[in-house]
Design a protein around this ligand. Structure first.
Ligand SMILES: Nc1ncnc2c1ncn2[C@@H]1O[C@H](COP(=O)(O)OP(=O)(O)OP(=O)(O)O)[C@@H](O)[C@H]1O
Ligand SMILES: [Mg+2]
Length: 269
């Protein structure tokens, strides 16, 4: 936990060492030289990625390229073999209370909603606040109700997850993540398991979050969302970041053959 990878050089604190580029105070998530293996598979290869505060980064790429693994390393659901990951200037700790706290700074929404089926919608959104953030029950309930309203499911608060549609459940999952006041939200294909008519209601909530200034990393096949909400598109293939650019630039003028090939496949159906 000593974080030997963290520079204690006082120049860094001033963010303007003479020889290196200034480290912007706005860098929120910084991956540097990150490598990860699953046995013989080198699933993340020398990943360098900086996400600034308020930025919306869409990650795309072929199946198996490492997108989910990348997300999972950012909140340490997966460990890494080498490199560093910092959230708001702090390296991710290995384990313990500090990890639980830092992890709660990173909200995560998965393809499957992972709500507690035996708890009501309201309880699902209150739970983390009470257990991790140590919020009083009354305050947790007020906040949960406000968040459920914000994502458009306020009237569903007393139901159980199975009584909601997929789109509603996913919006509850977003509210639950937001209840922890995360610094960054990670979305891993949040609409992939939804019936088509429910995709937009979830994307609209995400669009609104982006407009409200939330820092977001979004793995998605929804290119419309990428075009309209992303500040940057990161294209991954075979465990590497192959290219990254603004959506306009990436979609109109992909540079690598891998990206051209990928886009020709997904944009034609
Ligand atoms: N826990 C694991 N153990 C072993 N291999 C894994 C594990 N998780 C993922 N992998 C492998 O790592 C590679 C990257 O997987 P990952 O889920 O990150 O890809 P992805 O880009 O999210 O793909 P998809 O678009 O299909 O979701 C794949 O080859 C996958 O089989
Ligand atoms: Mg995936």
């Amino acid at each position: 936990m000593s974080g030997e990878s963290v520079s204690k050089d006082p120049k860094d604190a001033l963010s303007k060492g003479p020889q290196d580029t200034p480290r912007a105070a706005d860098d929120l998530v910084v991956l540097s030289g990150v490598n990860k293996h699953f046995g013989a598979l080198h699933v993340l290869q020398d990943i360098d990625l900086t996400i600034t505060r308020g930025e919306v980064v869409v990650v795309i790429g072929p199946s198996g390229s490492g997108k989910s693994t990348l997300c999972r390393t950012i909140n340490r659901l997966e460990s890494i073999d080498s490199g560093t990951i910092t959230i708001d200037g702090k390296p991710l700790p290995q384990e313990g209370k500090e990890l639980a706290r830092l992890r709660s700074d990173v909200g995560m929404v998965f393809q499957s909603f992972n709500l507690f089926s035996h708890k009501t919608v309201l309880e699902n959104v209150m739970l983390g606040q009470i257990k991790v953030r140590k919020t009083e029950k009354k305050a947790a309930e007020e906040k949960a109700r406000a968040l459920l309203d914000r994502v458009g499911v306020g009237t569903q608060a007393d139901k159980y997850p199975a009584q909601l549609s997929g789109g509603q459940q996913q919006r509850v999952a977003i509210a639950r993540a937001l209840a922890m006041d995360p610094k960054v939200m990670l979305f891993d294909e949040p609409t992939s398991a939804l019936d088509p008519e429910m995709i937009n209601e979830v994307l609209e909530v995400m669009q609104q979050l982006a407009r409200d200034g939330m820092t977001m990393v979004v793995v998605t096949h929804e290119m419309g969302f990428a075009r309209s909400a992303a500040n940057r598109v990161v294209f991954m293939a075979d465990g590497k970041i192959v290219e990254q650019a603004s959506p306009e630039e990436f979609f109109s003028n992909p540079r690598s053959d891998r990206a051209k090939d990928f886009l020709s496949k997904i944009l034609h159906h």
